[in-house]
Design a protein around this ligand. Structure first.
Ligand code: KG4
Ligand code: ZN
Length: 357
């Protein structure tokens, strides 16, 4: 008999088949798409064994926003320690892991490449499958960690610094895009509004905090009317804010301005998501992305979902903003779908490959 040693590809294919049957695979996950260097070990796509997030916020605050070159350099400096800590805290060794999941996009290309190359080297050295993960799928799957009972189909509002989308998560690991922003993302709108109000970086969370003390009905900011039933637009609202501040000055009832602006953004996000849930008879709504940390969005979505008899899932704040545990959860979904990458894997900075039409 011709006894040829199995190739790396064949060994990995066999391993994936075993894991698909076993359902408790432990993945190392790496996330470096923006300004957080993060690594985690996640078991069965649902249980966090460890999660380490090294934020670069203080560095970028000096410049009033994320500087891509600096972000890449910081990731390079930090990634080895972050991965080592995540492994140590999980109690796992490379040999007892089932694979390495890594964010491939969307995100900053230089930043993504740091994580991808580290993941490739790690996977190669340990003989593990490399699993490419879309960052937005990561945000959606953060809900699986927070809510072990959650399973598709469900609707999901994704609101982050670069995205505002309503999607349908379907059985079998696919996603349908139902609506999205026509201009700014919700997080971008909050960050820009914060700049107009001279609120320091990171604008979104600080504007949210200030808004808690203001009157949301003080200023009647406009709500966009759009042809797409589930689409958003925040650019008109931003212009209205700029005009208001030019006329009245940014110190005029700053908390009231922040509260009124926040209410306008949150109304759009909640109303469109609830409309989609009602019209599509969805039993559950999930919320994902950095903006899901917004206090008013959390309160309003819970309230309106309850009024409409729809279950509502919003992860704890630490799982809403960028982290690697969510990449481990999404990596598990991809692994169960049999999706692994070769060592030629590249970054996809503006990846739109998540959705079926
Ligand atoms: O998901 P994320 O951490 O990174 C991206 O993938 O973009 O989202 C970051 C965005 C930023 O625009 C940030 O200002 C916004 O989420 N954000 C918030 C809050 N926390 C984070 N926006 C409003 N209220 C918050 N509490
Ligand atoms: Zn994100």
């Amino acid at each position: 008999m011709n006894n040829v040693a199995p190739t790396r590809e064949k060994a990995i294919a066999n391993k994936i088949e075993r894991l698909r049957q076993e359902n408790r695979a432990c993945l190392l996950a790496i996330e470096t798409s923006c300004d957080e260097t993060a690594a985690a070990v996640v078991e069965g796509g649902r249980v966090i064994r460890s999660s380490v997030v090294a934020s670069q916020m203080e560095t970028h605050a000096l410049y009033g926003g994320v500087v891509p070159e600096i972000a890449s350099r910081k990731h390079i400096e930090t990634i080895a320690q972050v991965v080592e800590r995540a492994l140590k805290e999980s109690g796992k060794t490379p040999q007892t892991l089932a694979g390495v999941a890594v964010t491939c996009g969307p995100g900053l290309v230089g930043a993504l490449l740091v994580g991808i190359n580290y993941a490739k080297a790690f996977a190669y050295a340990a003989g593990l499958p490399l699993i490419p993960v879309n960052h937005m799928e990561g945000h959606i799957c953060a809900n699986y960690i927070a809510y072990p009972e959650l399973a598709p189909p469900f609707l999901c509002l994704i609101a982050s610094g670069g995205h505002s989308q309503i999607i349908e998560a379907r059985i079998g690991g696919s996603y349908r895009l139902l609506g999205q922003t026509k201009d700014d993302a919700a997080g971008e709108a909050f960050d820009k509004a914060a700049r107009v109000l001279s609120i320091p970086y990171p604008g979104g969370p600080l504007l949210d905090e200030l808004a808690e003390a203001g009157d949301p009905n003080a200023i009647p900011f406009p709500r966009a009317k759009l042809d797409g039933r589930y689409d958003f637009s925040f650019s008109g609202l931003k212009t209205a804010l700029v005009r208001f501040v030019q006329k009245h000055g940014s110190d005029y009832g700053k908390a009231d301005i922040a509260a009124s602006f926040r209410k306008a953004v949150v109304d759009a996000l909640v109303d469109k998501t609830i409309l989609a849930a009602r019209e599509r008879n969805a039993a559950a709504i999930a919320v994902a992305g950095g903006v899901a940390a917004n206090r008013l969005l959390r309160r309003e979505m819970q309230k309106k979902a309850k009024q409409n008899g729809v279950a509502c899932y919003i992860p704890p704040v630490a799982l809403c903003t960028d982290n690697a545990a969510m990449i481990g959860a999404a990596g598990f979904v991809r692994l169960m779908c049999g999706e692994v990458a070769g060592l030629t894997l590249n970054a996809a900075p503006s990846d739109r490959g998540l959705f079926i039409t």
